[in-house]
Design a protein around this ligand. Structure first.
Ligand code: GLV
Ligand code: MN
Ligand code: MN
Ligand code: MN
Length: 404
């Protein structure tokens, strides 16, 4: 799947979502970030209990990451209608814009604005990265596809009683332990950076190693060092984007820009990794190895480069709400049985819109297994029976919360 946020393909999926919700007598609201809220009335007025996730994908993503949580929300509405169920309060389904952060480089962008954690103007001005149309911003693309809504993007304008999100696990734990449902208690911390290394472009044939300020060599050492440092701290560090300039076989790279994504169970671990990497990258740029690793030979050292950091986003570790976790647990036990080993309490390795939703309303998540734990990959697969179990648990959790 390639359904990058605010692309034509995303518009098609959004249009389908709105049409389907309207056909089920839901009211729909589009806010200033293009978030779509579909609401089915209850017996009484009040903030709806929401099921939700995202319709956007990675550039070469799978068929489940995100959309499973939205389509199962639609299925929930359909089941309530088919069985003439009247809920106490309204229930809703939400599609959050640009969860992936793949096209516009802040993940969980629009739930972050809704939660008051990311300024709307900053989100609107974000530019697309490396997918063909460098001039496009979030605001220009929202307007182009007709999803720049008039409702303010805020939890005050579109309040929620609770937010439940069904998602594939995106890792191997459930599958490898033969579990069917993950009861998700929270999510790990992560921080994204852009690192720019500036050296000096030079002729590859006429410039000795000792005379080079090779920005790519320094960047490569940084990426490699980040992995080792993260491992030492029990964290994760990853680089997924690297731009090399001027990008010529016979020119030593003068400028490199790369992404760095650092994750850990606790905020203080992310802090410690960041601190170590800031020191180490400065040393590497100067041609020194960070302390303890030894000195480079002169030829390895070359000439110094300059390294600069930008922090693009910061998502602290989060604990979900006890009431919502309990609704998910009871619903899971009602679905797969409470005498079995088919459920598991777990934390999320990935970020989700639920992370920001949880800043403003009780929240939790439901995970279902995915094949070989693979996600952000076209091979992503979850069996239809497992999707159905997840949807059933979602429905039960929403109904339980509605009656609390
Ligand atoms: C967001 O989905 C993330 O985990 O990067
Ligand atoms: Mn997702
Ligand atoms: Mn994803
Ligand atoms: Mn995600």
């Amino acid at each position: 799947m390639s359904r990058l946020a605010l692309s034509d393909a995303d518009k098609e999926a959004r249009d389908w979502f709105i049409e389907t919700a309207k056909a089920r007598n839901c009211s729909t609201t589009v806010d200033a970030m293009g978030n779509i809220f579909a609401v089915r009335p209850g017996r009484r007025q009040g903030p709806p209990t929401f099921a939700g996730s995202h319709l956007d994908t990675q550039p070469a993503g799978g068929r489940y990451d995100g959309i499973l949580g939205v389509t199962s929300g639609i299925e929930m509405i359909q089941v309530l209608d088919d069985h003439w169920v009247e809920t106490e309060f309204p229930v809703g389904v939400v599609n959050w814009t640009n969860e992936e952060g793949a096209r516009f480089p802040i993940s969980m962008l629009a739930s972050g604005v809704w939660a008051g954690e990311i300024p709307l103007s900053h989100a609107h001005e974000l530019r697309e990265v490396g997918h063909g149309n460098a001039g496009a911003t979030v605001a220009s693309e929202l307007a182009r596809i007709g999803y720049l809504g008039s409702t303010p993007c805020s939890h005050e304008a579109t309040p929620m009683a609770a937010h439940f999100e069904l998602h594939i696990e995106q890792g191997p734990t459930l599958e490898s332990t033969s579990r069917k449902v993950g009861i998700v208690h929270g999510a790990q911390a992560y921080r994204w950076f852009t690192i720019e290394v500036t050296g000096r472009a030079a002729h590859t044939g006429a410039t000795s190693f000792a005379h080079r300020a090779d920005a790519l060599l320094a960047a490569a050492r940084m990426v490699s060092y980040a992995r080792a440092a993260a491992e030492k701290h029990g964290a994760l560090a990853s680089t997924g984007i690297m731009n090399v300039e001027p990008g010529s076989t016979n020119t030593v790279p003068g400028h490199v820009k790369f992404s760095l994504d650092v994750r850990a169970a606790k905020d203080h671990i992310v802090d410690a990794v960041e601190e170590e990497l800031r020191n180490a990258f400065s040393a590497i740029a100067k041609g020194e190895m960070p302390s303890g690793v030894g000195m480079m030979q002169d030829a390895e050292k070359g000439k110094p480069c300059i390294v600069e950091w930008t922090t693009d986003s910061n998502s602290p570790a989060i604990d979900f709400h006890e009431d919502c976790i309990s609704c998910v647990r009871k619903s899971a036990e009602a679905t797969v049985g409470d005498e079995t080993d088919l459920t598991m309490d777990m934390r999320s390795g990935a970020g989700h819109d639920s992370v920001y939703a949880s800043r403003q309303c009780p929240t939790s998540m439901i995970f279902v297994p995915c094949k070989d734990g693979v996600s952000h990959n076209p091979e992503e697969y979850t069996a239809p029976e497992d999707c159905a179990i997840g949807a059933q648990v979602l429905l039960g959790a929403v109904l339980r919360f509605d009656r609390l």
